[in-house]
Design a binder for this molecule. Structure first.
Ligand SMILES: [Zn+2]
Ligand SMILES: [Zn+2]
Length: 171
């Protein structure tokens, strides 16, 4: 251990010299014995007794007030920012979840066929851009992709116009 350790604190109190001019801001009351006195206001306002002049006190209080006003504004802005970030993250999570749920569909949508496959007999007869991946029952035609089947206005087979009762995915 080295160095000096403080053993105590020295406090100096200054005595107000006689004849010093004080500025007091408060409530003027008349005591029972007829003496006028200045006392802290009852309505909770601040009570001042200072060596500085009225203008100086006013200026000091305005500085403090503007500091707190700016601090409040800053806190408000920060709060709004945090709220926005939280909202954005929640939205991202929601989007991610939705994407995972629709993952299979999207996989099919995002996998366009190559020209070879399109010209081949494996392409859907409706959109000609995805593979035929379902069997329409009872006729048994394999002619379209599941997305196009879902989009059919009437559930009729595009080849033979028979009423589709069931669809079986093709793997
Ligand atoms: Zn299709
Ligand atoms: Zn059919």
């Amino acid at each position: 251990m080295s160095g000096e350790k403080p053993t105590g604190l020295l406090e100096t109190e200054e005595i107000l010299p006689v004849g010093a001019i004080l500025t007091g801001l408060g409530k003027l009351v008349v005591n029972k014995d007829g003496v006028i006195a200045l006392q802290p206001p009852q309505n909770g306002c601040k009570y001042f007794l200072s060596l500085a002049g009225y203008e100086d006190i006013l200026h000091e209080q305005e500085t403090i007030a503007s500091f707190w006003r700016e601090a409040a504004l800053l806190c408000g802005a920060l709060g709004a920012l945090v709220f926005c970030i939280a909202l954005y993250r929640a939205y991202q999570r929601h989007k991610e979840k939705k994407r995972t749920e629709e993952g299979v569909d999207e996989m099919q949508t995002l996998c366009p066929l190559s020209d070879d496959e399109i010209s081949s007999e494996r392409a859907c007869v409706i959109c000609i851009s995805r593979l035929r991946d379902c069997v329409l029952l009872p006729c048994g035609h394999v002619c379209c992709c599941f997305l196009c089947f879902q989009a059919l206005p009437y559930k009729l087979c595009p080849i033979c116009r028979c009423h589709i009762q069931r669809v079986v995915p093709l793997h």
